[in-house]
Design a protein around this ligand. Structure first.
Ligand code: PEP
Ligand code: MN
Length: 345
């Protein structure tokens, strides 16, 4: 941290702050300019108490942190890209992971058809919400545990890995019995109690960025997961709220590039929710791959107009193979370890 004094501070004030800095466990280095005095505080800002509260003193102008607030998720801590192995597929360090499936699990027939079509397109990881975070309490809330049973059936029949969202601590046990990856949705990105509890389930976690969550806050949410015992975190950018309303959310690809630069964790993109309509999903997917995403999570449905949620943005599952054919050359180009791009692992 760097403590900047207002011009011409009293020597007694400088000495008092120096003593405070020492008391907090930092090593103070006083630098005196013609007008300005600053104290550079040497020490680990994560382990020591923050000095930012000193900013309230009348003779202090600013206290500037110099260290990042996340540690275990950072590249400094783990320089190489992490790889997460889900069994049928891997993600990270050149392993591209395609995840596809319905917004919500609606019936056995719907989930089987989506899975069949996705598997035919080379997909090995299926998504599907059974606990749905809906804006209106009158909208379809998901099938709950009945839906988990259907997910277990397709997992066993097709040998795919399963991703499903948990909204509350009460969902964790049942979801972790079926799912290979537990999804924390945008609305719960900063639900710290849920993050701590989900970290304890021994499953990889797909952490969506909140729609009003800064990149640093998103990475700190991942830090919560990791310090509470979850070693396998997949970051997912899914669009943020801006003034723009031509798209449902604004896909922030800058956040993907920054998350990849700052963290060793795999970063994927959900192009479906920012698109809001199916025809935008392909261009957003292409842009995401080009900018370095380690994977995509795409909503697909056998008959989108009849979907119980997010009907407009789901890709018809019978058309998913053509969608994948379009992306494969780009995936092979951008994820060089994918020797066989149709395998996606
Ligand atoms: C979802 O994946 O279906 C979902 C609800 O996503 P988000 O949390 O990004 O809105
Ligand atoms: Mn959805």
């Amino acid at each position: 941290m760097i403590i900047v004094f207002k011009p011409h501070p009293d020597e007694a004030d400088v000495r008092a702050i120096e003593a405070k800095v020492l008391e907090y466990g930092y090593e103070p280095r006083i630098i005196r300019g013609v007008e300005r005095t600053v104290i550079a505080c040497v020490g680990d800002e994560i382990e020591h108490q923050s000095l930012e509260a000193l900013q309230v003193l009348p003779f202090i102008e600013r206290v500037i942190p110099v260290q990042k607030r996340f540690k275990v998720v950072s590249r400094e801590f783990h320089p190489s890209n992490s790889i997460i192995d889900l069994g049928p597929a891997k993600i990270g360090a050149g392993h591209f992971m395609m995840i596809a499936g319905p917004c919500a699990v609606e019936s056995r027939e719907q989930l089987r058809q989506v899975t069949k079509d996705a598997v035919a397109a080379g997909v090995k990881v299926i998504r599907g919400g059974v606990f749905k975070p809906r804006t209106s309490p009158y909208d379809f809330q998901g099938m709950g545990e009945e839906g988990l049973k259907l997910m277990a059936e397709v997992r066993d029949e097709f040998g795919v890995a399963i991703v499903t969202e948990v909204l509350a601590v009460t969902h964790l046990k049942a979801a972790a019995e079926v799912a290979d990856v537990l999804q924390i949705g945008a609305r719960n990105c900063q639900n710290y109690h849920l993050l701590e509890m989900v970290a304890d389930m021994g499953r990889p976690v797909l952490l969506k960025r909140g729609m009003a969550t800064k990149i640093e806050e998103w990475l700190l949410a991942a830090e919560y997961l990791m310090v509470h015992g979850c070693q396998n975190v997949i970051l997912c950018e899914r669009g943020i709220r801006t003034f723009e309303n031509a798209t449902r959310f604004t896909l922030d690809l800058g956040a993907v590039a920054i998350a990849k630069r700052e963290s060793h964790l795999p970063v994927i993109v959900d192009p479906s929710h920012p698109a809001g309509v199916a025809d935008l999903v392909l261009p957003l997917s292409r842009a995401s791959i080009a900018c370095g995403a380690d994977g995509l999570i795409v909503e697909t449905h056998p008959n989108p107009p009849e979907a119980c949620s997010d009907a407009a943005q789901q890709i018809r599952s019978s058309e998913f193979k053509a969608f994948m054919d379009n992306l494969e050359p780009l995936i092979a180009l951008c994820s060089p370890d994918n020797a066989n791009p149709t395998a996606f692992s």
